[in-house]
Design a protein around this ligand. Structure first.
Ligand code: AKG
Length: 310
């Protein structure tokens, strides 16, 4: 099918706009460097799943650090870090928590030294020819998301989006970036969690902006893929890949999902500081973008079977 030009001049891509590829989920073991097969998989689908990147004891240690950061920030009534708003809410035991925490490594030596781990640097080749770095002090820094279904939760799901347009709001052109998620809870697909549309990182600008309504669309897509995650696993997604977080069907502790996101970025070094402005994209969730119906035929069907490759 060919592209179609609307009266407005906008070109609606046809079926060839997205590389036709079938997705069969594979989770990989990671030693100290990426294999050619892992790089190929990531380039093709925009997503990579590495099993047991850190052991359970380290997961528990990180959770302890995060709890301490919450206590410190809550007792000091901190609302923003480097211009990035913190999302406050309550966990199932009525404990006040921060459900989206930015620049977490600025409050923990343990988390900060983890960001300097050589094994994280070894993921930079996924940026291709670009010279990459770990954005500890840039964008939103190390982000910790805490989803939980409670009556006073402010974070139960996250609507469809890509991460790339944020660059525009930060006054730069869109540059390649990777979001590396370190998962701190087991989260099988049946408990909600990350969903993504494989291959969409290769779309044109129209697809990047209008495939779905940013953040307000929480509807499942027949082409989406979910992944069985265990605490300690790492996922890496291309910043231009469409993804969302599905709400858990459970409530309370059973619905809890904590994940740390590490930005791998390129381009000019732009550190944030205490007087940095709040970027506009943090208000996007409240804004309704125009609805354009997307022909679902533009994505192939994907199958999900989990095999672990070393
Ligand atoms: O929590 C997740 O797994 C995804 C988070 C995400 O997409 C975001 O913070 O932009």
């Amino acid at each position: 099918m060919h592209s179609r030009r609307l009266a407005s001049g906008i070109v609606l891509p046809g079926t060839n706009a997205i590389l036709m590829s079938s997705y069969k989920h594979e989770a990989f073991a990671f030693a100290n460097r990426l294999t050619d097969e892992q790089i190929r998989f990531f380039n093709k689908h925009g997503f990579l799943h590495l099993k047991n990147f850190i052991p359970r004891e380290t997961v528990n240690h990180f959770i302890g650090e995060i709890d301490q950061i919450h206590e410190e920030l809550i007792s000091n009534n901190v609302k923003k870090i480097n211009g990035i708003p913190l999302k406050y809410g309550y966990a199932s035991n009525n404990r006040q928590i921060i459900q989206r925490l930015a620049f977490a490594s600025h409050y923990s030596k343990t988390l900060s030294s983890f960001l300097k781990d050589e094994r994280l640097n070894a993921l930079l080749p996924l940026l291709g020819n670009y010279e990459g770095r770990i954005g500890e002090d840039e964008k939103d820094g190390l982000v910790v998301n805490h989803y939980e279904n409670t009556s006073q939760s402010t974070f139960k799901q996250l609507g469809w989006h890509t991460d790339s347009p944020r660059d525009l709001f930060l006054g730069s052109r869109i540059l390649p970036m990777l979001n590396v998620g370190l998962h701190l809870d087991d989260c099988p697909v049946s408990n909600g969690g990350l969903r993504f549309l494989p291959g969409t990182h290769k779309q044109n600008l129209f697809g990047l902006f209008f495939r779905k309504k940013y953040f307000v669309d929480n509807n499942p897509d027949k082409h989406e893929v979910g992944v069985d995650i265990e605490a300690g696993d790492l996922t890496i997604h291309n910043g231009s890949l469409w993804h969302r977080v599905e709400q858990s069907p459970h409530s309370g502790e059973k619905s809890r999902r904590r994940v740390m996101y590490i930005p791998l970025i390129t381009g000019a070094y732009k550190p944030k500081h205490a007087s940095s402005k709040t970027p506009f994209y943090h208000k996007l969730a409240q804004i309704k973008l125009p609805s354009l119906k997307w022909r679902s035929a533009s994505l192939p069907d994907y199958s999900y079977t989990q095999t672990v490759k070393s």
